[in-house]
Ligand binder design. Structure first.
Ligand SMILES: [Zn+2]
Length: 330
């Protein structure tokens, strides 16, 4: 199966093939030190998890809409948001993807050193692991949600899900932000929405972009769907796990969404929409409020199902072992 062709409804297959491989640790909120992973549930230490290579596969960068460009890999979305005063980077992929993402920026005709601000969806190796390199390469300032800032600063140490199994180069957070804080550059403003659960500081970003004379509300979703082995009450180290996810579920429907984007390409059928864009689809296929609502509704349905049918607790804060991914892994 090609995860990049996944329907939105099947992101839990394509992405889960990767995600479940690495999501085997309990989610733990707050500053409490997480317990070590149960040995039988931990993937091999070191290196990317199975499926990562496909997620990292190069993808030609392209203009999405307005002042927003896709510069990520096939699976791991990264964005460049341009302004008259310089550019904003959102997410980096894995640390070793830095040359690929930097090359994508340059392929589009932008200078790395014009990147003034570095944003992230959350402090995990596969989305923000390259921040240290990008700070060096661009001179940009890293902005991070307060609840995730410690994990950037420590390079993923004591991660709430991974323990120390997915470490990345530590990086200083230049500006620590909180829920609903904004980031402005060159007249472009992004708002940070705390959508916790996947990580304590998981962030969904919103902005307005203008294209062909029309303004659109853009949502860059973080990871906002619980994984199907999540047991909300099984982790004594994370008493607020359920409440955190509930907050996320409460926030998401309130976000105005015309342009549907996110931290994983499969969330919003990136490749399919890009193909349509290349075929001169009009209107721009990334304008997808219905798809956006369906994505949010699926997350809510997953959350509610986990509440009513909790998986057996297989360890602190988690359910049993992840189910085998349907449709094969990659
Ligand atoms: Zn993550």
């Amino acid at each position: 199966m090609n995860s990049n062709r996944c329907s939105g409804a099947r992101w839990s297959i394509g992405i889960l093939a990767l995600a479940m491989a690495i999501m085997v640790m309990p989610a733990v909120a707050g500053a409490q030190a997480p317990a070590a992973p149960p040995p039988g549930q931990a993937p091999p230490a070191g290196g990317p998890p199975p499926g990562a290579n496909n997620m990292k596969a190069p993808y030609a960068p392209f203009h999405i809409i307005g002042n927003i460009y896709y510069i990520g890999s096939k699976g791991l979305a990264c964005y460049l948001i341009t302004t008259p005063a310089g550019n904003i980077l959102l997410d980096t992929g894995y640390p070793d993807m830095a040359p690929q993402i930097e090359g994508n920026i340059q392929t589009l005709g932008f200078k790395l050193t014009d990147t003034k601000i570095l944003l992230n969806s959350h402090a995990h190796i596969d989305h923000g692991g390259g921040m240290a390199e990008f700070k060096t390469a661009t001179g940009g300032q890293l902005v991070g949600m307060a609840e995730d800032a410690p994990y950037f600063e420590s390079g993923g140490h004591n991660d709430v899900m991974f323990g120390d199994r997915n470490l990345f180069p530590p990086v200083h957070v230049d500006r620590v932000i909180h829920d609903k804080d904004t980031v402005t550059l060159g007249g472009v403003t992004l708002t940070a929405h705390l959508t916790p659960g996947h990580t304590p500081g998981n962030t969904t970003w919103t902005m307005v972009t203008t294209d062909k004379g029309k303004s659109y509300n853009v949502v860059f979703f973080g990871i906002v769907t619980p994984f199907p082995n999540t047991n909300f009450t099984g982790n004594p180290l994370y008493p607020n796990l359920k409440a955190d996810w509930q907050k996320t579920m409460d926030v998401l429907p309130t976000l105005k969404c015309d342009i549907f984007l996110g931290s994983n390409a499969a969330f919003y059928n990136m490749e399919q929409k890009h193909d349509a864009l290349l075929a001169n689809a009009d209107p721009n296929p990334f304008i997808d409020p219905a798809g956006c609502k369906a994505f949010v509704d699926r997350g809510e349905a997953t959350f509610q199902n986990l509440l009513t049918n909790p998986p057996p607790a297989g360890g602190p804060g988690m359910g049993g072992p992840p189910p085998p991914p349907a449709g094969g892994t990659k």
